[in-house]
Write a protein that binds this ligand. Structure first.
Ligand SMILES: *[C@@H]1O[C@H](CO)[C@@H](O)[C@H](O)[C@H]1NC(C)=O
Ligand SMILES: *[C@@H]1O[C@H](CO)[C@@H](O)[C@H](O)[C@H]1NC(C)=O
Ligand SMILES: *[C@@H]1O[C@H](CO)[C@@H](O)[C@H](O)[C@H]1NC(C)=O
Ligand SMILES: *[C@@H]1O[C@H](CO)[C@@H](O)[C@H](O)[C@H]1NC(C)=O
Ligand SMILES: *[C@@H]1O[C@H](CO)[C@@H](O)[C@H](O)[C@H]1NC(C)=O
Ligand SMILES: *[C@@H]1O[C@H](CO)[C@@H](O)[C@H](O)[C@H]1NC(C)=O
Ligand SMILES: *[C@@H]1O[C@H](CO)[C@@H](O)[C@H](O)[C@H]1NC(C)=O
Length: 490
Protein backbone atom coordinates (compact mmCIF):
# COMPACT_ATOMS: atom_id res chain seq x y z
CA UNK A 1 0.00 0.00 0.00
CA UNK A 2 2.84 2.29 -0.76
CA UNK A 3 0.80 4.35 -3.14
CA UNK A 4 1.67 8.02 -2.84
CA UNK A 5 -1.40 9.91 -1.85
CA UNK A 6 -3.41 12.32 -3.80
CA UNK A 7 -0.79 13.81 -5.96
CA UNK A 8 -2.43 14.33 -9.28
CA UNK A 9 -0.85 11.67 -11.46
CA UNK A 10 1.98 13.15 -13.33
CA UNK A 11 0.57 16.64 -13.18
CA UNK A 12 2.97 19.27 -12.04
CA UNK A 13 1.99 22.79 -11.26
CA UNK A 14 4.95 23.93 -13.31
CA UNK A 15 3.55 22.12 -16.34
CA UNK A 16 0.26 23.72 -15.60
CA UNK A 17 1.81 27.13 -15.48
CA UNK A 18 3.66 26.53 -18.66
CA UNK A 19 1.20 24.77 -20.88
CA UNK A 20 -2.14 26.21 -20.02
CA UNK A 21 -1.32 29.86 -20.64
CA UNK A 22 0.13 28.87 -24.00
CA UNK A 23 -3.08 27.22 -25.06
CA UNK A 24 -5.47 29.63 -23.49
CA UNK A 25 -3.78 32.97 -23.59
CA UNK A 26 -6.95 34.76 -24.63
CA UNK A 27 -9.39 33.06 -22.27
CA UNK A 28 -7.16 32.78 -19.25
CA UNK A 29 -7.55 35.78 -17.00
CA UNK A 30 -5.22 35.93 -14.00
CA UNK A 31 -5.34 32.19 -13.41
CA UNK A 32 -2.45 30.57 -11.61
CA UNK A 33 -1.06 34.05 -12.02
CA UNK A 34 2.01 34.94 -10.07
CA UNK A 35 0.48 35.38 -6.65
CA UNK A 36 1.76 37.96 -4.23
CA UNK A 37 3.65 37.22 -1.04
CA UNK A 38 1.45 39.24 1.30
CA UNK A 39 -2.15 40.37 1.46
CA UNK A 40 -2.97 43.75 2.95
CA UNK A 41 -6.20 45.19 4.30
CA UNK A 42 -8.55 45.81 1.38
CA UNK A 43 -7.65 42.58 -0.48
CA UNK A 44 -10.58 40.89 -2.20
CA UNK A 45 -10.86 37.89 -4.50
CA UNK A 46 -13.52 35.72 -6.04
CA UNK A 47 -13.08 32.40 -7.84
CA UNK A 48 -12.60 32.63 -11.57
CA UNK A 49 -14.99 30.50 -13.65
CA UNK A 50 -12.18 29.36 -15.96
CA UNK A 51 -10.00 27.81 -13.26
CA UNK A 52 -10.52 24.09 -13.11
CA UNK A 53 -8.31 23.09 -10.19
CA UNK A 54 -6.53 25.72 -8.16
CA UNK A 55 -6.50 29.50 -8.12
CA UNK A 56 -3.46 30.78 -6.33
CA UNK A 57 -3.78 33.93 -4.22
CA UNK A 58 -0.76 34.01 -1.93
CA UNK A 59 2.59 32.25 -2.20
CA UNK A 60 5.41 31.62 0.21
CA UNK A 61 8.91 32.86 -0.54
CA UNK A 62 10.11 29.55 -1.99
CA UNK A 63 7.13 29.11 -4.29
CA UNK A 64 6.56 25.64 -2.87
CA UNK A 65 3.37 26.54 -1.03
CA UNK A 66 0.36 28.53 -1.99
CA UNK A 67 -2.91 29.62 -0.45
CA UNK A 68 -5.88 29.83 -2.77
CA UNK A 69 -9.16 28.45 -4.01
CA UNK A 70 -9.22 24.73 -4.66
CA UNK A 71 -12.06 23.47 -6.83
CA UNK A 72 -13.73 20.43 -5.28
CA UNK A 73 -16.35 18.26 -6.98
CA UNK A 74 -16.50 20.83 -9.79
CA UNK A 75 -18.96 23.14 -8.07
CA UNK A 76 -17.46 23.65 -4.67
CA UNK A 77 -14.62 25.67 -3.32
CA UNK A 78 -12.23 25.07 -0.45
CA UNK A 79 -9.86 27.72 0.78
CA UNK A 80 -6.65 25.75 1.19
CA UNK A 81 -2.94 25.92 1.61
CA UNK A 82 -1.44 23.49 -0.86
CA UNK A 83 1.95 22.13 -1.75
CA UNK A 84 2.14 23.60 -5.23
CA UNK A 85 4.24 20.98 -7.07
CA UNK A 86 1.77 18.22 -6.11
CA UNK A 87 -1.40 20.29 -5.58
CA UNK A 88 -1.66 18.42 -2.28
CA UNK A 89 -3.78 20.29 0.31
CA UNK A 90 -1.99 20.73 3.63
CA UNK A 91 -4.58 22.84 5.36
CA UNK A 92 -8.15 23.82 4.69
CA UNK A 93 -10.75 26.13 6.12
CA UNK A 94 -13.48 24.17 7.84
CA UNK A 95 -13.44 20.89 5.87
CA UNK A 96 -17.03 20.08 6.76
CA UNK A 97 -18.53 23.09 4.98
CA UNK A 98 -17.52 24.15 1.50
CA UNK A 99 -18.28 27.35 -0.33
CA UNK A 100 -19.55 27.40 -3.91
CA UNK A 101 -17.38 28.09 -6.91
CA UNK A 102 -19.38 31.15 -7.89
CA UNK A 103 -18.67 34.83 -8.36
CA UNK A 104 -20.80 35.59 -5.33
CA UNK A 105 -18.28 33.80 -3.13
CA UNK A 106 -15.69 36.19 -1.86
CA UNK A 107 -12.53 36.09 0.17
CA UNK A 108 -11.45 39.38 1.68
CA UNK A 109 -9.08 40.71 4.29
CA UNK A 110 -10.16 43.57 6.52
CA UNK A 111 -8.06 42.67 9.54
CA UNK A 112 -9.83 39.33 9.54
CA UNK A 113 -9.57 36.87 6.72
CA UNK A 114 -13.20 36.36 5.74
CA UNK A 115 -14.98 34.03 3.30
CA UNK A 116 -18.58 34.73 2.59
CA UNK A 117 -20.83 32.76 0.33
CA UNK A 118 -24.41 34.08 0.44
CA UNK A 119 -25.54 31.13 -1.66
CA UNK A 120 -24.55 28.37 0.77
CA UNK A 121 -24.68 30.77 3.71
CA UNK A 122 -21.14 29.86 4.56
CA UNK A 123 -19.45 32.52 6.53
CA UNK A 124 -16.01 32.01 7.95
CA UNK A 125 -13.83 34.58 9.63
CA UNK A 126 -10.64 34.51 11.62
CA UNK A 127 -12.13 37.23 13.86
CA UNK A 128 -8.83 39.05 14.14
CA UNK A 129 -7.45 42.58 13.89
CA UNK A 130 -4.36 42.12 11.77
CA UNK A 131 -2.39 44.15 9.27
CA UNK A 132 -1.26 41.54 6.77
CA UNK A 133 -1.56 37.89 5.74
CA UNK A 134 1.59 35.96 4.91
CA UNK A 135 2.40 32.36 4.03
CA UNK A 136 5.60 31.18 5.69
CA UNK A 137 8.00 28.79 4.00
CA UNK A 138 6.78 26.10 6.43
CA UNK A 139 3.26 26.32 4.87
CA UNK A 140 1.96 28.14 7.95
CA UNK A 141 -0.57 30.82 7.00
CA UNK A 142 -0.32 33.73 9.41
CA UNK A 143 -2.13 36.96 10.13
CA UNK A 144 0.30 39.44 11.63
CA UNK A 145 0.15 42.83 13.29
CA UNK A 146 2.92 45.19 12.40
CA UNK A 147 3.52 46.98 15.67
CA UNK A 148 2.46 44.53 18.27
CA UNK A 149 3.83 41.78 20.36
CA UNK A 150 3.14 39.01 19.76
CA UNK A 151 2.87 39.94 16.13
CA UNK A 152 1.09 36.74 15.07
CA UNK A 153 -2.61 37.06 15.82
CA UNK A 154 -3.75 33.93 13.98
CA UNK A 155 -2.08 30.98 12.25
CA UNK A 156 -3.32 27.98 10.30
CA UNK A 157 -0.90 25.75 12.24
CA UNK A 158 -3.25 26.12 15.21
CA UNK A 159 -6.16 24.63 13.24
CA UNK A 160 -4.85 21.48 11.57
CA UNK A 161 -7.15 19.41 9.36
CA UNK A 162 -5.95 15.90 8.46
CA UNK A 163 -2.30 16.81 7.97
CA UNK A 164 0.55 17.76 10.25
CA UNK A 165 3.56 19.11 8.40
CA UNK A 166 7.15 19.18 9.55
CA UNK A 167 7.66 21.48 12.56
CA UNK A 168 3.95 22.01 13.15
CA UNK A 169 2.96 21.44 16.78
CA UNK A 170 -0.05 19.30 17.59
CA UNK A 171 -1.07 20.21 21.12
CA UNK A 172 -3.50 18.51 23.47
CA UNK A 173 -6.36 20.84 22.50
CA UNK A 174 -5.99 20.05 18.78
CA UNK A 175 -6.72 16.97 16.74
CA UNK A 176 -6.24 15.64 13.26
CA UNK A 177 -9.46 14.43 11.62
CA UNK A 178 -9.55 12.27 8.50
CA UNK A 179 -11.25 13.83 5.50
CA UNK A 180 -14.29 11.54 5.86
CA UNK A 181 -14.73 12.69 9.47
CA UNK A 182 -14.55 9.12 10.81
CA UNK A 183 -11.14 9.01 12.45
CA UNK A 184 -9.17 11.32 14.68
CA UNK A 185 -5.81 11.63 16.37
CA UNK A 186 -5.60 13.11 19.87
CA UNK A 187 -2.98 13.39 22.55
CA UNK A 188 -3.47 12.08 26.05
CA UNK A 189 -1.31 12.98 29.02
CA UNK A 190 1.34 10.37 28.21
CA UNK A 191 0.31 8.99 24.82
CA UNK A 192 -1.16 9.66 21.41
CA UNK A 193 -4.08 7.65 20.09
CA UNK A 194 -6.32 7.13 17.09
CA UNK A 195 -10.08 7.00 17.57
CA UNK A 196 -12.96 5.90 15.36
CA UNK A 197 -16.33 7.56 15.52
CA UNK A 198 -18.36 4.48 14.67
CA UNK A 199 -21.37 5.88 16.41
CA UNK A 200 -22.43 9.43 17.18
CA UNK A 201 -21.54 9.36 20.84
CA UNK A 202 -18.73 6.83 20.98
CA UNK A 203 -15.06 7.25 20.26
CA UNK A 204 -13.46 3.83 20.00
CA UNK A 205 -9.72 3.93 20.46
CA UNK A 206 -8.05 1.62 17.93
CA UNK A 207 -4.38 2.52 18.15
CA UNK A 208 -2.32 3.85 21.01
CA UNK A 209 1.28 4.91 21.27
CA UNK A 210 2.52 5.43 24.78
CA UNK A 211 5.56 7.63 25.22
CA UNK A 212 8.54 5.37 25.79
CA UNK A 213 10.42 8.12 27.62
CA UNK A 214 13.80 6.96 26.35
CA UNK A 215 15.35 10.39 25.89
CA UNK A 216 13.34 12.43 28.38
CA UNK A 217 10.75 11.57 30.97
CA UNK A 218 7.33 13.13 31.36
CA UNK A 219 7.27 15.25 34.47
CA UNK A 220 3.94 15.70 36.16
CA UNK A 221 2.93 19.32 36.48
CA UNK A 222 5.22 20.40 33.62
CA UNK A 223 2.29 20.83 31.29
CA UNK A 224 0.75 18.70 28.56
CA UNK A 225 2.72 16.97 25.84
CA UNK A 226 2.69 17.92 22.18
CA UNK A 227 3.47 16.05 18.99
CA UNK A 228 5.59 17.20 16.08
CA UNK A 229 7.17 15.81 12.94
CA UNK A 230 10.88 16.54 13.13
CA UNK A 231 13.02 17.23 10.09
CA UNK A 232 15.43 14.48 11.07
CA UNK A 233 12.66 12.00 10.26
CA UNK A 234 10.45 11.07 13.17
CA UNK A 235 7.10 11.74 14.74
CA UNK A 236 7.93 12.83 18.25
CA UNK A 237 6.16 13.61 21.47
CA UNK A 238 7.63 16.44 23.53
CA UNK A 239 6.90 17.97 26.86
CA UNK A 240 9.31 20.80 27.44
CA UNK A 241 12.48 21.52 25.54
CA UNK A 242 13.82 19.74 22.51
CA UNK A 243 14.39 16.28 23.95
CA UNK A 244 11.51 14.07 22.81
CA UNK A 245 9.71 11.88 25.33
CA UNK A 246 8.96 9.57 22.43
CA UNK A 247 10.31 8.89 18.95
CA UNK A 248 8.46 7.06 16.16
CA UNK A 249 11.10 6.89 13.45
CA UNK A 250 10.28 7.18 9.77
CA UNK A 251 12.11 4.91 7.34
CA UNK A 252 14.30 7.84 6.37
CA UNK A 253 15.18 8.61 9.99
CA UNK A 254 18.53 10.35 10.32
CA UNK A 255 19.36 9.97 6.66
CA UNK A 256 21.18 13.03 5.49
CA UNK A 257 18.65 13.98 2.85
CA UNK A 258 16.87 17.26 2.58
CA UNK A 259 13.17 16.57 2.31
CA UNK A 260 9.80 17.94 3.34
CA UNK A 261 7.91 15.61 5.69
CA UNK A 262 4.34 15.35 6.85
CA UNK A 263 1.93 12.91 8.47
CA UNK A 264 -1.64 12.56 7.35
CA UNK A 265 -4.62 10.77 8.90
CA UNK A 266 -6.01 8.81 5.96
CA UNK A 267 -9.62 8.01 5.31
CA UNK A 268 -8.98 4.31 6.11
CA UNK A 269 -7.92 5.36 9.60
CA UNK A 270 -4.20 4.86 9.17
CA UNK A 271 -1.71 7.54 10.10
CA UNK A 272 0.92 7.75 7.38
CA UNK A 273 4.08 9.74 6.96
CA UNK A 274 5.38 10.89 3.58
CA UNK A 275 8.18 12.94 2.18
CA UNK A 276 8.33 14.90 -1.04
CA UNK A 277 11.13 13.43 -3.13
CA UNK A 278 10.91 16.15 -5.74
CA UNK A 279 8.41 14.38 -7.96
CA UNK A 280 6.16 12.29 -5.74
CA UNK A 281 5.12 11.70 -2.14
CA UNK A 282 7.03 8.70 -0.86
CA UNK A 283 5.57 6.67 1.98
CA UNK A 284 7.94 6.89 4.94
CA UNK A 285 5.96 5.79 7.99
CA UNK A 286 2.69 4.11 8.91
CA UNK A 287 1.21 3.71 12.34
CA UNK A 288 -0.67 0.54 11.38
CA UNK A 289 1.20 -1.81 9.09
CA UNK A 290 -1.15 -4.80 8.88
CA UNK A 291 -4.36 -4.26 6.98
CA UNK A 292 -6.46 -6.29 9.44
CA UNK A 293 -5.41 -3.95 12.25
CA UNK A 294 -7.09 -1.01 10.55
CA UNK A 295 -10.33 0.05 12.22
CA UNK A 296 -12.71 -1.29 9.56
CA UNK A 297 -10.81 -2.69 6.58
CA UNK A 298 -13.65 -4.94 5.39
CA UNK A 299 -16.54 -2.65 6.30
CA UNK A 300 -19.67 -3.44 8.24
CA UNK A 301 -20.05 -7.05 9.39
CA UNK A 302 -16.85 -7.92 7.55
CA UNK A 303 -14.20 -10.42 8.52
CA UNK A 304 -10.53 -9.81 7.95
CA UNK A 305 -8.10 -12.71 7.77
CA UNK A 306 -4.43 -11.78 8.01
CA UNK A 307 -2.76 -12.73 4.76
CA UNK A 308 -5.91 -13.47 2.82
CA UNK A 309 -8.11 -10.40 3.03
CA UNK A 310 -11.81 -9.85 3.45
CA UNK A 311 -14.86 -12.03 3.71
CA UNK A 312 -18.15 -11.63 5.56
CA UNK A 313 -19.15 -12.50 9.12
CA UNK A 314 -22.23 -14.12 7.65
CA UNK A 315 -20.77 -16.93 5.57
CA UNK A 316 -23.80 -16.86 3.28
CA UNK A 317 -22.88 -13.39 2.11
CA UNK A 318 -20.26 -12.89 -0.55
CA UNK A 319 -17.72 -10.15 -0.01
CA UNK A 320 -17.63 -8.71 -3.47
CA UNK A 321 -18.16 -5.00 -3.65
CA UNK A 322 -15.95 -3.98 -0.78
CA UNK A 323 -18.67 -4.44 1.80
CA UNK A 324 -20.90 -7.09 3.31
CA UNK A 325 -23.70 -4.91 4.54
CA UNK A 326 -24.64 -1.27 4.52
CA UNK A 327 -23.50 0.40 7.72
CA UNK A 328 -26.12 0.11 10.43
CA UNK A 329 -26.44 3.07 12.67
CA UNK A 330 -28.02 4.23 15.85
CA UNK A 331 -28.68 1.81 18.64
CA UNK A 332 -31.23 -0.91 19.16
CA UNK A 333 -33.09 1.03 21.82
CA UNK A 334 -36.29 2.51 20.44
CA UNK A 335 -36.52 6.26 20.44
CA UNK A 336 -37.27 7.84 23.75
CA UNK A 337 -37.64 4.70 25.79
CA UNK A 338 -34.10 3.53 26.17
CA UNK A 339 -35.17 0.24 27.67
CA UNK A 340 -37.41 -1.00 24.88
CA UNK A 341 -35.74 -3.17 22.34
CA UNK A 342 -35.95 -2.87 18.59
CA UNK A 343 -36.25 -6.22 16.90
CA UNK A 344 -33.02 -7.74 15.77
CA UNK A 345 -31.80 -11.04 14.44
CA UNK A 346 -28.66 -12.76 15.62
CA UNK A 347 -25.59 -13.89 13.75
CA UNK A 348 -23.12 -16.24 15.44
CA UNK A 349 -19.65 -17.07 14.22
CA UNK A 350 -16.83 -19.12 15.69
CA UNK A 351 -13.15 -18.37 15.21
CA UNK A 352 -13.51 -14.61 15.38
CA UNK A 353 -11.89 -12.01 17.55
CA UNK A 354 -12.06 -8.26 17.99
CA UNK A 355 -9.26 -6.15 16.56
CA UNK A 356 -7.68 -3.77 19.08
CA UNK A 357 -9.45 -5.64 21.89
CA UNK A 358 -6.56 -4.74 24.18
CA UNK A 359 -7.98 -1.22 24.01
CA UNK A 360 -11.48 -2.36 24.99
CA UNK A 361 -13.00 -3.20 28.33
CA UNK A 362 -14.24 -6.69 29.15
CA UNK A 363 -16.08 -8.68 31.79
CA UNK A 364 -15.04 -12.11 32.99
CA UNK A 365 -17.86 -14.63 32.81
CA UNK A 366 -18.08 -18.40 33.02
CA UNK A 367 -19.68 -19.29 29.70
CA UNK A 368 -20.49 -18.16 26.18
CA UNK A 369 -24.20 -18.20 27.06
CA UNK A 370 -23.56 -15.85 29.94
CA UNK A 371 -21.54 -13.52 27.70
CA UNK A 372 -24.27 -13.46 25.07
CA UNK A 373 -26.82 -12.81 27.81
CA UNK A 374 -25.01 -9.63 28.84
CA UNK A 375 -25.45 -8.33 25.34
CA UNK A 376 -28.81 -9.76 24.41
CA UNK A 377 -30.84 -7.77 26.87
CA UNK A 378 -28.88 -4.57 26.57
CA UNK A 379 -30.14 -2.49 23.67
CA UNK A 380 -26.98 -0.40 23.41
CA UNK A 381 -24.95 -3.56 22.83
CA UNK A 382 -24.45 -4.62 19.21
CA UNK A 383 -22.41 -7.72 19.82
CA UNK A 384 -20.22 -9.77 22.13
CA UNK A 385 -17.07 -11.79 21.64
CA UNK A 386 -16.18 -14.51 24.13
CA UNK A 387 -12.85 -16.17 24.72
CA UNK A 388 -13.53 -19.57 26.21
CA UNK A 389 -9.95 -19.95 27.41
CA UNK A 390 -9.76 -16.76 29.45
CA UNK A 391 -13.45 -16.22 30.15
CA UNK A 392 -13.20 -12.65 28.83
CA UNK A 393 -16.40 -11.25 27.40
CA UNK A 394 -16.10 -8.14 25.23
CA UNK A 395 -19.20 -6.08 24.51
CA UNK A 396 -19.38 -3.88 21.42
CA UNK A 397 -21.40 -0.70 21.83
CA UNK A 398 -21.42 0.46 18.21
CA UNK A 399 -22.80 -1.18 15.05
CA UNK A 400 -20.47 -4.04 14.15
CA UNK A 401 -17.56 -3.28 11.85
CA UNK A 402 -14.79 -5.64 10.79
CA UNK A 403 -13.76 -8.58 12.95
CA UNK A 404 -10.62 -10.62 12.85
CA UNK A 405 -10.65 -14.23 11.66
CA UNK A 406 -8.63 -16.47 13.98
CA UNK A 407 -7.94 -20.17 13.85
CA UNK A 408 -9.00 -20.60 17.45
CA UNK A 409 -12.56 -21.96 17.38
CA UNK A 410 -13.03 -21.36 21.10
CA UNK A 411 -13.32 -17.65 20.42
CA UNK A 412 -16.90 -17.02 19.46
CA UNK A 413 -18.90 -14.01 18.44
CA UNK A 414 -22.54 -13.04 18.82
CA UNK A 415 -23.79 -10.19 16.64
CA UNK A 416 -27.04 -8.34 16.33
CA UNK A 417 -28.55 -7.17 13.06
CA UNK A 418 -31.44 -4.75 12.93
CA UNK A 419 -34.56 -6.59 11.81
CA UNK A 420 -37.26 -3.96 11.29
CA UNK A 421 -35.74 -2.73 8.05
CA UNK A 422 -34.21 -6.12 7.34
CA UNK A 423 -35.94 -7.10 4.15
CA UNK A 424 -35.87 -3.65 2.64
CA UNK A 425 -32.26 -3.39 3.50
CA UNK A 426 -31.40 -6.72 1.92
CA UNK A 427 -32.85 -5.43 -1.34
CA UNK A 428 -31.03 -2.17 -0.81
CA UNK A 429 -27.83 -4.02 -0.16
CA UNK A 430 -28.31 -6.09 -3.30
CA UNK A 431 -28.88 -3.01 -5.38
CA UNK A 432 -26.01 -1.30 -3.61
CA UNK A 433 -23.67 -4.20 -4.29
CA UNK A 434 -24.77 -4.37 -7.89
CA UNK A 435 -24.39 -0.67 -8.53
CA UNK A 436 -21.16 -0.62 -6.58
CA UNK A 437 -19.79 -3.44 -8.71
CA UNK A 438 -20.97 -1.70 -11.87
CA UNK A 439 -19.41 1.56 -10.76
CA UNK A 440 -16.11 -0.21 -10.18
CA UNK A 441 -16.38 -1.99 -13.52
CA UNK A 442 -17.19 1.23 -15.35
CA UNK A 443 -14.42 2.93 -13.41
CA UNK A 444 -11.93 0.21 -14.29
CA UNK A 445 -12.88 0.25 -17.97
CA UNK A 446 -12.76 4.02 -17.94
CA UNK A 447 -9.40 3.97 -16.27
CA UNK A 448 -8.11 1.48 -18.82
CA UNK A 449 -9.35 3.58 -21.73
CA UNK A 450 -7.98 6.64 -20.07
CA UNK A 451 -4.55 5.06 -19.70
CA UNK A 452 -4.43 3.97 -23.30
CA UNK A 453 -5.64 7.37 -24.33
CA UNK A 454 -3.17 9.10 -22.07
CA UNK A 455 -0.32 7.29 -23.75
CA UNK A 456 -1.51 8.52 -27.11
CA UNK A 457 -1.94 12.12 -26.22
CA UNK A 458 0.76 14.61 -25.62
CA UNK A 459 -0.08 18.06 -24.42
CA UNK A 460 -3.80 17.52 -24.23
CA UNK A 461 -3.33 14.85 -21.63
CA UNK A 462 -2.37 17.32 -18.98
CA UNK A 463 -5.52 19.31 -19.47
CA UNK A 464 -7.63 16.22 -19.12
CA UNK A 465 -5.92 15.15 -15.98
CA UNK A 466 -6.25 18.58 -14.61
CA UNK A 467 -9.91 18.56 -15.43
CA UNK A 468 -10.80 15.03 -14.59
CA UNK A 469 -8.95 14.44 -11.37
CA UNK A 470 -9.36 17.06 -8.80
CA UNK A 471 -6.91 16.75 -5.96
CA UNK A 472 -7.82 16.99 -2.35
CA UNK A 473 -9.42 14.95 0.34
CA UNK A 474 -12.72 14.71 -1.49
CA UNK A 475 -11.62 12.58 -4.33
CA UNK A 476 -8.93 10.62 -2.62
CA UNK A 477 -7.31 8.39 -5.21
CA UNK A 478 -5.75 6.27 -2.54
CA UNK A 479 -9.01 5.34 -0.91
CA UNK A 480 -12.63 4.80 -1.83
CA UNK A 481 -13.26 2.45 -4.70
CA UNK A 482 -9.65 1.91 -5.67
CA UNK A 483 -8.72 0.89 -2.19
CA UNK A 484 -11.56 -1.57 -1.95
CA UNK A 485 -10.43 -3.20 -5.16
CA UNK A 486 -6.98 -3.41 -3.73
CA UNK A 487 -8.22 -5.04 -0.57
CA UNK A 488 -10.53 -7.45 -2.27
CA UNK A 489 -7.61 -8.94 -4.12
CA UNK A 490 -5.10 -8.90 -1.32
C1 LIG B 1 -14.54 42.59 8.58
O1 LIG B 1 -15.65 42.08 7.89
C2 LIG B 1 -16.52 41.26 8.67
C3 LIG B 1 -17.60 40.71 7.75
O2 LIG B 1 -18.22 41.69 7.02
C4 LIG B 1 -17.10 42.11 9.80
O3 LIG B 1 -17.92 41.30 10.61
C5 LIG B 1 -15.95 42.67 10.62
O4 LIG B 1 -16.46 43.52 11.61
C6 LIG B 1 -14.98 43.44 9.74
N1 LIG B 1 -13.84 43.81 10.53
C7 LIG B 1 -13.37 45.06 10.54
C8 LIG B 1 -12.18 45.31 11.41
O5 LIG B 1 -13.91 45.94 9.88
C1 LIG C 1 12.48 29.74 5.67
O1 LIG C 1 12.41 30.95 6.38
C2 LIG C 1 13.36 31.02 7.46
C3 LIG C 1 13.09 32.29 8.22
O2 LIG C 1 12.37 33.21 7.49
C4 LIG C 1 14.77 30.96 6.89
O3 LIG C 1 15.69 31.01 7.94
C5 LIG C 1 14.93 29.67 6.12
O4 LIG C 1 16.20 29.61 5.51
C6 LIG C 1 13.85 29.54 5.06
N1 LIG C 1 13.94 28.23 4.45
C7 LIG C 1 13.89 28.06 3.14
C8 LIG C 1 13.97 26.65 2.65
O5 LIG C 1 13.76 28.99 2.36
C1 LIG D 1 6.30 24.38 18.71
O1 LIG D 1 6.51 24.25 20.09
C2 LIG D 1 7.83 24.55 20.49
C3 LIG D 1 7.95 24.21 21.96
O2 LIG D 1 6.85 24.67 22.67
C4 LIG D 1 8.11 26.02 20.20
O3 LIG D 1 9.42 26.33 20.56
C5 LIG D 1 7.94 26.27 18.70
O4 LIG D 1 8.09 27.63 18.41
C6 LIG D 1 6.55 25.82 18.27
N1 LIG D 1 6.48 25.89 16.82
C7 LIG D 1 5.52 26.56 16.17
C8 LIG D 1 5.60 26.56 14.71
O5 LIG D 1 4.61 27.15 16.75
C1 LIG E 1 10.92 23.77 -2.86
O1 LIG E 1 11.46 24.30 -4.04
C2 LIG E 1 12.80 23.95 -4.28
C3 LIG E 1 13.23 24.63 -5.54
O2 LIG E 1 12.69 25.89 -5.62
C4 LIG E 1 12.93 22.45 -4.39
O3 LIG E 1 14.29 22.11 -4.53
C5 LIG E 1 12.37 21.81 -3.14
O4 LIG E 1 12.38 20.41 -3.29
C6 LIG E 1 10.97 22.27 -2.91
N1 LIG E 1 10.47 21.70 -1.68
C7 LIG E 1 9.28 21.13 -1.62
C8 LIG E 1 8.85 20.66 -0.30
O5 LIG E 1 8.57 21.01 -2.60
C1 LIG F 1 -21.68 -21.32 7.63
O1 LIG F 1 -21.59 -21.41 9.04
C2 LIG F 1 -22.46 -22.37 9.61
C3 LIG F 1 -22.38 -22.23 11.11
O2 LIG F 1 -21.18 -21.72 11.53
C4 LIG F 1 -22.07 -23.75 9.12
O3 LIG F 1 -22.93 -24.72 9.70
C5 LIG F 1 -22.16 -23.76 7.62
O4 LIG F 1 -21.70 -25.02 7.14
C6 LIG F 1 -21.33 -22.64 7.00
N1 LIG F 1 -21.60 -22.59 5.59
C7 LIG F 1 -20.64 -22.44 4.69
C8 LIG F 1 -21.06 -22.33 3.27
O5 LIG F 1 -19.46 -22.36 5.01
C1 LIG G 1 -25.01 -2.12 28.09
O1 LIG G 1 -23.93 -2.23 27.17
C2 LIG G 1 -23.13 -1.09 27.14
C3 LIG G 1 -22.14 -1.25 26.03
O2 LIG G 1 -21.82 -2.53 25.73
C4 LIG G 1 -22.45 -0.94 28.50
O3 LIG G 1 -21.62 0.19 28.49
C5 LIG G 1 -23.51 -0.80 29.57
O4 LIG G 1 -22.90 -0.77 30.83
C6 LIG G 1 -24.49 -1.95 29.50
N1 LIG G 1 -25.59 -1.70 30.41
C7 LIG G 1 -25.98 -2.59 31.30
C8 LIG G 1 -27.13 -2.20 32.15
O5 LIG G 1 -25.41 -3.66 31.42
C1 LIG H 1 -14.80 -24.08 27.11
O1 LIG H 1 -14.10 -24.23 28.32
C2 LIG H 1 -14.66 -25.23 29.15
C3 LIG H 1 -13.92 -25.23 30.46
O2 LIG H 1 -12.85 -24.32 30.47
C4 LIG H 1 -14.55 -26.57 28.46
O3 LIG H 1 -15.13 -27.56 29.27
C5 LIG H 1 -15.28 -26.49 27.14
O4 LIG H 1 -15.13 -27.70 26.43
C6 LIG H 1 -14.77 -25.35 26.31
N1 LIG H 1 -15.61 -25.20 25.14
C7 LIG H 1 -15.12 -25.12 23.94
C8 LIG H 1 -16.12 -24.92 22.84
O5 LIG H 1 -13.93 -25.12 23.72
Amino acid sequence: MGRPFNSVNGLRATQLLFIIPVLFTSTWPNVVAVATQELLVGFRASPSPSVSSFQSLLNDSTGNFSMGFLRVNRLQLALTVIHLPSLQPLWQVNPTALARWSDRTELFFNGSLVISDPHSELFWSTGTLGDKVVLLNTSNLQIQRLEASPSVVWQSFDFPTDTLVENQNLTSNMSLVSSNGLYSLHLGDTFMALYAKFEENTQQMYWKRKALEARAVIVEGQGPILARVESSGFLGMFQTGNAPVDVQPFNSYQQPINRFLLVRLESDGNLKGYFWDGSTWALDYQAISAMCDLPSPCGSYGLCKPGSGCSCLDNRTEFSSGECLAVQSGHLCSNGEAKTKIDFRVLRRKGVDLPFKELMGYKTVSSLEHCEGLCENNCSCWGAVYNNASGFCYLVDYPIRTLLAVGDETKAGYFKLRKATGRKMDVGVGVGILSGAMAILVGAIGFGIYRIWKRRRGVKRILVEEDGISPGPYKDLGSASFRSIEMGTM
